[in-house]
Design a binder for this molecule. Structure first.
Ligand SMILES: [Mg+2]
Length: 331
């Protein structure tokens, strides 16, 4: 096995372009970064464990991409510009093919978002990858989960459920996969965090969260942080063509509400900011979709309407528990 130093040397002490605000990077006891004046630093961490968040069939390149993407998605939800990441890597052995593919996936997404890898650690053990990402936001402008108020409109940033459907297709050999397989598996393996949209939502969204565990689970977090409830119009929830052509309507809505790993944003907007949101997002291919409205706190916190009528969700939706629902469940 390569020793720790040569592992880092070979795959992570990269000669890629570094951000000028990374003053001291990999190779010293600590990294030194320079935060812009009048900005706040936002720090997030996510771990992915073999057998829990991915399995042996997941390409190492996808693992490298995704561990960065899920962190950048959390930064996006806070309205932050991603700047720096550090990596803690636990490996059962130094498989060089695995490492080079993993590093390629990680470097690609870092380069794309101008995010510099500034440090890390490698240890021997069961395969586990942890990334801490840091981003900046103008002082006082970070978006939190707790700013939703009754009367605000509720939005999601794009179609939901595709990654979950892609996961089913990779795991269920008997499932009819159809022409959309490749696109859905891409959504699962190579999610695109909504980095630009998150920054656009500063001073526009009252509250925001990224959808990592499914709309119902993540919206619950936003509602309880804000002390409010929500009405959702089921038929407004955006579904991709791949979704509607693969599943029945009921199964598609269930997937969109409960499946994780989409990394879209869910956010609230006050009435007087709706036009501003529309103007700021007019150029986007996937425009944010209004799916409901925030109400005063009540039980249950989420109520549904279908074509304007109150709609009781089947019980199994509400019993959803992300800890035992999918191999990609994450908290
Ligand atoms: Mg999150």
């Amino acid at each position: 096995m390569l020793n720790e130093f040569s592992l880092i040397e070979q795959y992570f002490l990269n000669n890629k372009k570094q951000r000028p605000d990374s003053i001291v990077g990999i190779g010293d006891d600590g990294a030194v970064t320079r935060v812009q004046p009048n900005h706040d630093l936002v720090t997030v961490t996510d771990t992915m464990v073999n057998g829990v968040h991915f399995d042996e069939s997941t390409p190492p390149r996808a693992i490298g991409h995704k561990i960065v993407a899920v962190n950048l998605s959390d930064l996006a939800a806070m309205g932050a510009e991603p700047c720096w990441i550090s990596l803690a890597l636990t490996l059962p052995d130094a498989d060089e093919t695995w490492l080079s593919e993993f590093a390629a996936g990680l470097h690609e997404i870092c380069q794309y978002y101008d995010c510099t890898l500034i440090g890390g650690d490698t240890t021997r053990g069961p395969l586990t990858v942890t990334v801490t990402a840091q981003g900046q936001v103008p002082a006082g402008e970070a978006i939190t989960r707790s700013g939703a108020k009754p009367g605000d409109w509720l939005y999601v940033s794009g179609p939901l459920g595709d990654a979950g459907l892609g996961l089913d297709m990779t795991q269920q050999a008997d499932m009819a996969t159809g022409p959309h397989l490749q696109r859905l598996v891409e959504r699962l393996y190579y999610p695109h965090p909504r980095v630009a949209l998150g920054q656009t939502l500063r001073n526009v969204a009252g509250a925001c969260i990224d959808i990592s565990d499914g709309l119902l689970a993540d919206l619950q977090h936003l509602l309880s942080s804000s002390g409010v409830a929500a009405d959702i119009e089921l038929d407004k929830i955006p579904l991709s063509l791949a979704m509607t052509e693969t599943l029945s309507q009921d199964a598609a809505y269930k997937k969109a509400l409960t499946a994780g790993d989409d990394y879209e944003l869910c956010f609230t907007v006050e009435e007087h900011n709706r036009g501003r949101l529309e103007t700021l997002t007019a150029h986007l291919k996937n425009k944010p979709i209004c799916i409901g409205r925030i109400t005063q706190l009540r039980e249950p916190a989420i109520q549904f309407k279908l074509h304007g009528e109150v709609y009781e969700l089947p019980l199994e939706y509400q019993g959803y528990n992300h800890f035992n629902n999918s191999v990609t469940a994450k908290d």
